[in-house]
Design a protein around this ligand. Structure first.
Ligand SMILES: Nc1nc2c(ncn2[C@@H]2O[C@H](COP(=O)(O)OP(=O)(O)OP(=O)(O)O)[C@@H](O)[C@H]2O)c(=O)[nH]1
Ligand SMILES: [Mg+2]
Length: 298
């Protein structure tokens, strides 16, 4: 859904109004973006089955009668050198841990504790704010949650532990309640009605990037950057021009696909989601270009 849509519950500031910043961190693919979307009840962050989907720091705002909680989604730590942006991503995670009120550390019980977890735990130890451990994906069959006990065993290093399913929205409400216990009294960070730090153009580009991740294999999605060139409201239809940048001619060919099949599939999937969220007919024009320096634009 568009980040500018209103949440149903909006409250006036009262003397006991609480507010704070909560960073979601964890290795890639554990479900941080899914949890952010579920916590605030709208899709502000894109989600795919591939690691290193999130590239930017995305805020999702939850307004309740108790106050305003601003959740900060971060890129997942991923040790493989697959992503040319890895260094930049780690810097963004470290930045997101400054001046916050609470950390939510998200883990996946189907994956063994590895180098990424150890790196994350070292970041956590450097920070003295309260920490909550979220063991996600609890909807998965017992036999797949092989490492559940290993994660439960690190629970004593946290102020609270939750086992939940971000995807199925199971046991997320108690986490929302708990979060407010850790937030100080304060003014809201965002005005009523604004649920993200990103604007509509960023979100449109992200929807297209999500579809690229879902449609293309291996390293191709990791070598692309999506930009919105223009959005024109023509009354009954929104004309959106998109530029997809990638670093080689070979990748450009793969993004376009045989007879334009891949780019068509990406375009249809993106258009459908944009039309539903914006509640308007969308005409999407996507151009693919090569630009060796695309990483500088992320
Ligand atoms: N079964 C199950 N799958 C989940 C759950 N939460 C997330 N997923 C799936 O896990 C995959 C990764 O989810 P994301 O939310 O993109 O993970 P992320 O931690 O933001 O990943 P990066 O942005 O790459 O760091 C997607 O296929 C999700 O549908 C859950 O509670 N249960
Ligand atoms: Mg993510």
């Amino acid at each position: 859904m568009s980040p500018n849509k209103k949440q149903p519950e909006q409250t006036e500031t009262t003397p006991s109004f609480k507010s704070g910043l909560i960073t979601l961190i964890g290795r890639s693919n554990v479900g941080k973006s899914t949890l952010l979307n579920t916590l605030i009840g709208q899709k502000v962050a894109i989600v795919t089955h591939k690691p290193q989907t999130t590239r930017n720091i995305i805020h999702g705002v939850l307004n309740t009668s108790q106050g305003q909680a601003v959740f900060i989604d971060t890129p997942g730590i991923f040790k493989e050198k697959r992503n040319p942006l890895s260094g930049k991503m780690i810097e963004r995670v470290e930045e997101s841990l400054q001046d916050i009120n609470l950390i939510i550390y998200v883990v996946d019980p189907t994956k063994a504790i590895g180098a990424e977890e150890r790196f994350n735990m070292s970041l956590l130890r450097k920070s003295d704010v309260p920490k909550i451990l979220v063991i996600n994906k609890c909807d998965m069959p017992e036999k797949d949650k092989e490492f559940l006990e290993d994660y439960r065993a690190i629970g004593d290093q946290f102020n609270a532990v939750f086992e939940l399913s971000a995807l199925k929205d199971r046991h997320v409400e108690p986490l929302r309640q708990k979060v407010f216990e850790f937030l100080p009294e304060g003014e809201p960070y965002y005005p009523p009605g604004q649920i993200s730090n990103t604007d509509e153009e960023f979100w449109i580009a992200e929807v297209v990037r999500e579809k690229i991740f879902l449609a293309l294999r291996q390293e191709v999605p990791y070598s692309t950057h999506v930009e919105v060139e223009s959005v024109e409201d023509k009354g009954n239809v929104l004309v959106i021009k998109i530029r997809v940048l990638t670093h080689s001619k070979e990748y450009k060919k793969m993004i376009i696909g045989k007879g334009g099949r891949a780019i068509k599939e990406i375009g249809i999937a993106a258009r459908k989601e944009l039309e539903t969220a914006l509640n308007k007919k969308v005409f999407l024009e996507i151009e693919v270009e090569t630009d060796k320096r695309w990483t500088e634009r992320v």
